[in-house]
Write a protein that binds this ligand. Structure first.
Ligand code: NAD
Length: 471
């Protein structure tokens, strides 16, 4: 028996436990999924989308699922968004699916007598391993396009936030067609490894450290791994930007979800001519942010979901203080009701000798550094092992775009921050350790679940062995 105890982020108490799914159960679930895949793939995109639509509606109406997500994460408003989001995601993937699967005319090859067509053959079983920061939503980013492509799916969410697994499984069970092709299992790292040993392709979202282990396991099993990992997103604010408006945008992008988001702004580089105004406004606005305590439905930000993250945040703040930085707001891990909380922490006087400017903090911490020349800001933005996303706030789009083109990150937002939280259309890859594999956004987000085959049709004369050299 492998019993895992689970901490409640609002009370600090271990009030939930579960048994990790055993390796032989995973093998038998996967062989069941494998048997069911062909009939799922034989359905039309619209038939598969109808099943997912039905699921999304039940998800949106499930109070039990919402309650479990709230208990898992200690927050309310984001959880309501997580369950509502699914109904919005399915129509988009239905449209992409219908585009991908549209009838194709044979294409003329470079050899006059040969035409060709492509066939998309979905991977039979896709594995998904998820993180704790958006336990359900991040799973859906991979799950919906994989199912829509005709793959079957087995999901292992994080052992830090497992309470929602039972209600989601209960809903899946009520839709027999879905239960044949989509299953959730539970457990920690070992369960993740057992899953990787059984599937044909893997989607992983999590830390760089685990991502590297997962990538190695994928290589041993010779399967594609699509890994979305950590970030240390910078924003560059030029001398032509409005400092007060910039502060407003940055506060939201750094602090929403208590900074527990991969695409949170974690570093601010501001031109020295507007640095004082921006920092003053940021500190003033940050000091008005309230905690979802004691009422989970009131206030702006929830507790830290994972207690070990509190240690990392605290370490980064202490390290910055020791090296001469000034904390303007927040700066402490606070205990309320047994949970760990941290208020938005604006820090000035930082540099790249400090962990808070180079390592992923994953909290509502906003270190601000002034620059003189734009080239210096670009070099600082690129001085990182990450390359997930970034943002530029400038006088206009053209100025922002010129700077964005020089930043090594997959998604760069101009004149706002964190567009990948609300737009999923553009394909993107990662730089450095922030990820590897095909884009999870745009059409590629579905195409990555297929092997693309080509069928060459010879319409002319065929040749015998003597003609080999003449082709
Ligand atoms: P984590 O790497 O600790 O865990 C992620 C998942 O991997 C969990 O389900 C865990 O059980 C599993 N796991 C752990 N060890 C494993 C192993 N050896 N083999 C297989 N699976 C294993 O990450 P986390 O702390 O849950 O999540 C936070 C991290 O995720 C942050 O770094 C954050 O930036 C990143 N993240 C990235 C994105 C993105 O889209 N790029 C989105 C959300 C979170």
């Amino acid at each position: 028996m492998n019993t895992i105890q689970v901490r409640n982020p609002r009370t600090g108490e271990n009030d939930y436990s579960f048994e990790a799914t055993k390796a032989d159960e995973i093998s038998s679930i996967v062989s069941e999924l494998r048997q069911n895949q062909a009939s799922w793939a034989a359905k039309s995109i619209d038939e598969r989308a109808d099943v997912l639509d039905q699921w999304a509606k039940m998800v949106a109406e499930s109070g039990e699922l919402l309650d479990a997500l709230i208990a898992d994460t200690g927050r309310y408003f984001i959880c309501t968004g997580e369950v509502a989001q699914m109904t919005k995601m399915v129509p988009g993937w239905r449209a992409i699916g219908n585009r991908v699967f549209s009838e194709q005319e044979p294409l003329q090859s470079s050899v006059p007598t040969v035409t060709y067509t492509h066939q998309y053959k979905a991977f039979e079983v896709v594995g998904i391993i998820g993180p704790w920061n958006f336990p359900f939503l991040i799973t859906l980013i991979d799950l919906i396009p994989a199912l829509m492509a005709g793959s079957t799916v087995i999901v292992k969410p994080s052992e830090i936030t497992p309470r929602f697994i039972k209600p989601i499984q209960d809903i899946i069970q009520k839709i027999p067609e879905l239960h044949k092709v989509c299953r959730f299992v539970q457990g920690g790292g070992q369960t993740g490894q057992d899953l990787i040993d059984n599937v044909d392709a893997l989607c992983f979202t999590g830390s760089v450290k685990t991502g590297k282990l997962v990538y190695e396991s994928g290589a041993r099993n010779f399967i594609p791994v699509y890994a979305e990992l950590g970030g240390k997103d910078p924003v560059i604010v030029t001398e032509n930007a409005d400092p007060i408006e910039s502060a407003r945008i940055i506060l939201r992008a750094s602090v929403q979800a208590t900074g527990q988001a991969c695409q949170s702004i974690e570093r601010v580089y501001v031109h020295q001519s507007i640095a004082d105004q921006l920092i003053e406004s940021l500190a003033e606005q940050a000091s008005k942010v309230t905690l979802n305590y004691p009422d989970v439905r009131k206030g702006h930000i929830g507790p830290l979901i994972f207690d070990k993250q509190a240690d990392i945040i605290s370490d980064h703040i202490e390290d910055a203080k020791e090296k001469g930085a000034t904390i303007l707001t927040g700066g402490e891990i606070e205990d309320h009701g047994g949970g760990k909380w941290v208020k938005p922490t604006v820090i000035k006087g930082v540099d790249h000798s400090m962990k808070v400017m180079t390592e992923e903090t994953f909290g509502p911490i906003i270190p601000v550094m002034a620059f003189e020349e734009i080239e210096d800001a670009i070099n600082l933005a690129n001085d990182t092992v990450y390359g997930l996303s970034a943002a530029v706030l400038a006088g206009n789009h053209e100025e922002a775009s010129n700077i964005a083109k020089q930043i090594d990150a997959g998604a760069i937002t101009l004149q706002d921050c964190g567009a990948t939280t609300y737009v999923f259309d553009g394909e993107k890859n990662w730089f450095k350790y922030s990820g590897i594999g095909a884009s999870r956004m745009g059409e590629m987000g579905m195409l990555r679940f297929f092997r693309k085959k080509v069928l060459y049709a010879q319409h002319g004369e065929t040749h015998d062995i003597n003609a080999m050299g003449e082709r």
